[in-house]
Design a binder for this molecule. Structure first.
Ligand code: SF4
Length: 98
């Protein structure tokens, strides 16, 4: 799946994310820290989401702590070279996303 960088997943999905307060200077989190992940509820913008113009950017995407997270492993059914279809779903299911 090819992400179209709309950022709507990062606003509209319930997902466990890395706790911003748990990221160490080297970009890792302490695996023994029980608070290293927090719930990002549906409809709440992820604190790691930023925009460069209209382009959504996950500011922890290249950090070691991102590896293996639900966001890192997120995919959808379909061809690997197909563009994400969630954007259209979020826009039609919630016109506030238009
Ligand atoms: S951690 Fe990154 S990919 Fe995951 S919801 Fe937040 S901004 Fe999006």
């Amino acid at each position: 799946m090819i992400c179209i960088r709309c950022g709507l997943c990062c606003q509209n999905l319930d997902v466990m994310i890395v706790n911003p307060g748990s990221i160490r200077p080297d970009g890792t989190v302490d695996p023994a820290d029980p608070d290293s992940f927090i719930k990002k509820p549906m409809g709440k913008r992820c604190p790691h989401l930023a925009y460069l113009g209209d382009l959504a950017v996950c500011i922890i995407h290249d950090l070691p702590c991102y590896r293996g997270t639900p966001c890192d492993l997120f995919d959808q059914i379909g061809p690997d070279d197909g563009f994400c279809t969630f954007s259209g779903y979020f826009k039609t299911s919630n016109p506030a996303n238009l």
